[in-house]
Design a protein around this ligand. Structure first.
Ligand code: AMP
Length: 509
């Protein structure tokens, strides 16, 4: 049999053909054997549609079992899997298709007509459809094809996926991930987080993002584990699954945890059968970590990663999982903190640019060699995140470089100010941004969410911060909102806030 770096490892990890891989919402269980058969049929279809090794397969569909099998099929066919957020508009999809030039575009049936017109215009040879319920031309066309497939030969350096990064500034960039980026990271995480065939993961993350696609799915497959596979996270159902002993582990974005904490049923007893709670993709508030531990006895394990690198650091499985930190560099991953201007490596506890190196780090941005070169320094990828490494070796992320506020020549790290605001009784959470200010360049500005029964005024926030933060770090204005704008991965959209409040200091001079 040919060697396909990622898929051969997945195949070798199959525990038994009749073992359930995914428990679906309709009560059905799909086994490892089903995954092999369906991915083979889909790989045969891709091949019949002209997909050759190295070709891109672009996919913008709802999460479903066949969508997961399609990812495996693309890997087996030697193709480069290119998932797209279902929230992208046709206009955005046009950019991705013209940039990536896929051989096939699999879309939701609802946009088939527009997708076909787009494909014709851009020279994409084939369009298939896949609906949330698994029907569509893709599964229909594959139904009668063979359920075995000769996997395409692929080496460690061959591309397995391209994921476009959120791209808050400039054009979205396609991060090229190799078979070995994906495999080495998933094996490392499987071992660090002790996933085994006894695990049942609650998988409620989207499949178009690195977290749900590569971290969650690949780990489960490589551990021979099972998952409860859901298209959306329902905190009530999640609590019920935990207390019924149906799941052993959860991979989440921080918002899942705040939503779980709203569930009265979330108790020590209900979570007694849980082995591990993991959080990532956005900062987990230290407060949430503490509240969760108080309520359930479980210390959430927070880790840090990104599209371009997979996972870089993780709090320890054994040992202290420290709230507000993202733990230690994973085995074989080097993390350093540098002066953003000079590139000088900084000593412990100093804040600077987080840079990473290791087998997890991507091959570069698709068709952007200059951009790629400018984001590496001595083999380290410059993440764009600001952080520090404390004397005990724990990495702390203090924000994105672009979120740094520079006011009157002073650097203000939003996370420090947010931490102080969040500690004020009655505050649920906050976001601190810099917006144009005629005197200071940028004015520190806080956007605050309060508890329903709290009576907090702008003045009260100012007073509470007076003795806690240097004057230049204190927000010049405080605004109250019902909730912070977030994207699907739970990240606060600071660019949206900066836009909303961009004119507030216009007339202060
Ligand atoms: P993405 O490429 O969408 O996965 O976003 C990656 C970015 O999410 C990172 O560069 C960080 O800014 C942020 N991020 C991911 N995990 C964490 C974490 N545990 N704490 C703070 N920020 C995080």
């Amino acid at each position: 049999m040919t060697h396909n770096h990622l898929f051969s490892a997945i195949r070798a990890a199959v525990p038994a053909l009749d073992k359930p891989l995914a428990f679906l919402a309709d009560g059905q269980a799909e086994t490892y054997g089903d995954a092999l058969a369906l991915s083979a049929r889909l790989a045969n279809l891709l091949k019949a549609r002209g997909v050759k090794p190295g070709d891109r397969v672009a996919v913008q569909v709802e999460k479903s079992w066949p969508a997961l099998a399609l990812y495996l099929a693309a890997i087996r066919a030697g193709a480069v899997y290119l998932p797209l957020n279902t929230a992208y508009t046709l206009n955005e999809v046009e950019y991705f298709l013209s940039d990536a030039e896929p051989a096939v575009f699999v879309c939701r049936p609802e946009i088939e007509a527009e997708a076909r017109a787009l494909a014709t215009r851009l020279g994409v040879a084939c369009v298939e459809t896949l609906a949330a319920d698994g029907t569509g031309s893709l599964t229909q066309g594959a139904a009668d094809l063979s359920d075995t497939f000769e996997d395409a030969a692929r080496g460690p350096e061959d591309l397995g996926g391209i994921l476009y990064t959120s791209g808050t500034t400039g054009r979205a960039k396609g991060a090229m991930l190799t078979h070995d980026n994906l495999l080495s990271n998933a094996l490392t995480l499987r071992d660090c987080w002790r996933f085994t065939a006894d695990d049942v993961l609650l998988h409620a993350l989207p499949l178009f993002h690195t977290h749900g696609l590569f971290v969650a799915s690949n780990i489960v497959l490589l551990a021979g584990a099972s998952m409860v596979f859901r298209s959306k996270f329902d905190p009530k159902e999640a609590t019920a699954l935990m207390s019924a002993g149906k799941v052993t582990s959860l991979m989440s974005v921080p918002t899942f945890y705040t939503r779980l904490l709203d569930q009265p049923g979330l108790t020590r007893e209900a979570t007694a059968g849980m082995r591990l709670f993991i959080s990532g993709s956005a900062p987990l508030l230290a407060e949430t970590h503490r509240a969760f531990q108080e309520r359930t006895g479980h210390a959430i394990l927070e880790r840090y990663g990104m599209t371009e690198t997979g996972m870089n650091t993780s709090n320890p499985y054994d040992g202290a999982r420290i709230a507000g930190t993202v733990g230690f560099p994973l085995p074989q991953v080097e993390v350093r903190v540098t002066d953003p201007e000079t590139g000088r490596v900084l000593p412990a506890d100093e804040i600077g640019m987080v840079e990473v190196k290791g087998p997890n780090v991507f091959k570069g941005y698709w068709r952007m060699p200059e951009k790629t070169a400018s984001e590496f320094r001595d083999g380290f990828f410059i993440t764009g995140d600001l952080g520090k490494i404390d004397p005990a070796g724990y990495v702390h992320i203090v924000g994105r470089g672009k979120d740094l506020v520079i006011t009157g020549g002073f650097n203000v790290y939003p996370k420090e100010v947010e931490g102080e605001i969040d500690a004020i009784p009655g505050v649920v959470e906050s976001a601190v941004i810099g917006v144009p200010h005629p005197d200071f360049g940028e004015g520190v500005t806080a956007v605050v969410v309060t508890a329903p029964d709290a009576v907090l005024t702008e003045d009260a926030i100012h007073r509470a911060l007076e003795s806690r933060l240097a004057k230049f770090k204190q927000p010049k204005r405080v605004f109250f909102v019902g909730e912070l704008p977030r994207n699907t991965m739970g990240k606060v959209q600071k660019n949206v806030l900066r836009e909303t409040y961009k004119d507030i200091y216009r007339n202060v001079a």
